[in-house]
Design a protein around this ligand. Structure first.
Ligand SMILES: O=C(O)C(=O)C[C@H](O)[C@H](O)CO
Ligand SMILES: [Mg+2]
Length: 402
């Protein structure tokens, strides 16, 4: 199965996506997602200028060797650009291998461990009342697990709250927009949101919240304690996670479950978090952490330490990543939950896929490979548009975490 041709496809059907397509001499092809939100062209160039020349002519069936070749062979290891590029190749190769075996990808991984994949959705509102209503709407849609994000009294706009109702896209400007943050306003407000949610809807549904890297460990410990009566499924990204031992302090003070990892690119970013049991859910994704090949290692390590998976699934991860993640989720023994944020209709048209939502779960069809594809003709109609994620400043103007 010699690799004959490889293409990078950059398209913007509602938002930017980078896709890699690998074609073999025997006529099979595979696709992988290479989207790194706000830094898309860096990965496109890494693939185009540095990896593709070394890929042509290789045997597409040698997934492990190709992974090691690009990881070890670069000399410069890890990092989001490198690992996203490797992931795109890896996912395209798993797609080809499963197609060659005439099987859906989950069969190659070891078969299904569950009939459906539990997903959580995003509910958000400009204030407490609107957020409570939105959670109700998601319950009516059939979701069993819902993430709640709300505008904060006294702050103009914040992560996770849509400008247009029903559709949230954080990469919202061709130069970074700026928002203002106040930790005290946030900490004073947030517990009242979850108090109201539990008072309104009871305890049957899972509720989640994303702090989005904006607290210190002791602030996160306090928030975790304040939220304990509302029994969250998890508190996500409570602190910036470069300092893994920072989670020890949070862990010592609260029983609110802890999730982290969407910005991690390698097992070494979460090794201490897992082996010291400082977290409950690992959120590394196929697209940003080296593909199926590397995620298998992370998930296996996590399984030894009672840590479950909870993969990132925002709209900047294309339907190719979502499809591939659902195969992984269907198989992985220590599955926890999968994030699910709806793509726009246009994104779904450009990326035909083989999964659907029903009563709180995602279900895979029976297509061979990972089941997602790209319509290249349609993709060509939507050229790249520069878009950045916002930045955050404190009320005194200091640069802060978004
Ligand atoms: O989905 C989440 O939990 C996120 O935090 C979304 C991220 O901000 C987004 O994917 C950044 O590109
Ligand atoms: Mg997050």
């Amino acid at each position: 199965m010699k690799i004959r041709a490889v293409r990078v496809i950059v398209t913007c059907p509602s938002r930017n996506f980078v896709t890699l397509k690998i074609e073999t001499e025997c006529g099979l092809y595979g696709v992988g997602d290479a989207t790194l939100n706000g830094r898309e062209l860096a990965v496109a160039s890494y693939l185009q200028d540095h990896l593709i020349p070394c890929l042509i002519g290789r045997d597409a069936s040698q997934i492990e060797d190709i992974w090691q070749y690009f990881y070890k062979g670069a000399y410069w290891r890890r990092g989001p650009v490198t690992m996203t590029a490797i992931a795109a190749i890896d996912v395209a190769l798993w797609d080809i291998k499963a197609k060659a075996a005439n099987m859906p990808l989950y069969q190659l991984l070891g078969g299904k461990s569950r009939h459906g994949v539990l997903v959580y959705s995003h509910a958000n509102g400009r204030d407490l009342e609107e957020t409570v209503d939105e959670v109700g709407r998601h319950i009516d849609m059939g979701y069993k697990a819902i993430r709640a994000q709300s505008g904060i009294p006294g702050l103009d706009g914040t992560y996770g709250v849509s400008k247009i109702k029903g559709f949230y896209e954080p990469a919202d400007a061709d130069l970074p927009s700026e928002s203002v943050w106040s930790t005290s306003k946030y900490l004073n407000f947030l517990p009242s949101l979850f108090e109201k949610l539990r008072a309104t809807y009871g305890y049957e549904h899972h509720l989640l919240h994303d702090v989005h890297h904006r607290l210190t460990p002791i602030e996160a410990a306090r928030l975790g304690k304040d939220l304990e009566p509302y029994r969250l499924f998890w508190m996500e990204d409570a602190v910036p996670a470069e300092l893994q031992e920072g989670f020890r302090l949070i862990r010592q003070h609260t029983t609110t479950p802890i999730a982290v990892g969407e910005v991690f690119s390698s097992i070494y970013d979460c090794q201490q978090l897992i082996t010291e049991q400082l977290i409950d859910y690992i959120r590394t994704t196929i697209v940003h952490a080296g593909g199926v090949t590397h995620l298998k290692k992370i998930a296996a390590l996590a399984d030894l330490y009672h840590v479950k998976t909870g993969f990132h699934g925002a709209t900047d991860l294309s339907p190719i990543t979502m499809g591939c993640a659902l195969h992984f989720d269907s198989w992985v023994p220590n599955f926890g939950i999968q994030e699910h944020m709806h793509h726009s209709e246009l994104t779904n048209e450009v990326f035909p896929h083989d999964y659907h939502f029903e009563q709180g779960y995602m279900y895979l069809g029976d297509k061979v490979g990972h089941g997602s594809d790209i319509d290249e003709k349609l993709a060509a109609k939507y050229p790249y548009q520069r878009a950045y994620l916002p930045v955050n400043r404190l009320e005194d103007g200091s640069m802060f975490n978004w």
